[in-house]
Design a binder for this molecule. Sequence first.
Ligand SMILES: [Fe+2]
Ligand SMILES: [Fe+2]
Length: 349
Amino acid sequence: MFVHVLADDAAKLSDLCGILDRRVRIAAERLDVDANLSQAPHAVVVCADLRVVRNIAALKKRSVRMAKVPKRIFLVEEPSHVCISQAYALGATLVVPSTINQSKLLAALADPADPERASPPGAPQQDNAVEVAAAAIGSMFTAASLGEPIDVIGTKEAGKKIADRITERGLTEWLTTVRRHHEGTYQHCLLVTGVAIDFGLSLGLRRTDLERLHSAAMFHDIGKATIPLAILDKPGRLDAEERALIESHPVAGYDFLKAQTGISAEILDAVRHHHEYLDGSGYPDALCAESIPDIVRVLTISDIFAALIEHRHYKPTMPRAEAYGILSRMQGKLERALVAAFKEVALSR
Ligand SMILES: [Fe+2]
Ligand SMILES: [Fe+2]
């Protein structure tokens, strides 16, 4: 395997080369020194501070050539929403913390690349739903964390691309691809959207309802944009203060989206209420069954299932059957008929 290693200073470059040395063939380069490689690499590994404008400009300059490399792993030093979404905007196919250990980095490099990711010269344009959707979610989180307007139309279009992709290739392929390439909140939003779409398709929803559902899924956790990743991605138990902060995200998302144009009342309602349960034990408004519309019930089931089957670096991925078992034991909280209908989506689609 031939790996192109890029870093914004010599010390990082030599650390990275030390980690990869003797396991793979390396061409190491500082971002500000641009040499022509004699051979196309299998992967590029980038370690740079993405808060620095000079580094972003240097990576943009390389973006056309980098897009031809099947695997583009970005190591981020500062795990903030802005740095992670910047990495995706610069074309990352996987974003990991710069503290990643040798065996995990080697495993990520050895994992077969998604065949859609790099087109050989002259090949027809391929379906790039994962990258489009990841970039849309990335830029939505960046805008929300900076308090700027989001690209509502672009986000909805990305949702449509996911729907087309799942209609064509099924849910399993989507789950596998997303879990291989994305981490944390971004992975979660892509998984929820995919699961909700497949659930909607299996229920035979009308086109307009399906579009409403996948838009709600794309936007549903935008309120997490201002919550520090150290809390969102905390592996252990949360204390009361941290839990309260996390539980503020449906209202924060609702308030943020309400100020944007082009988001319907049904979508706003779904964002605000995706953590409500039929028995009134959910949040933020402790709604009861009759006040929870169908689209929200479908989104809630998709959200819980997606959260259970997420791939996290600190724990093994839960099998889909086990996750469905947990859902089906949440008696009184979720609509029984919908959970029964979800079985096929969870286990076999
Ligand atoms: Fe949520
Ligand atoms: Fe969620």
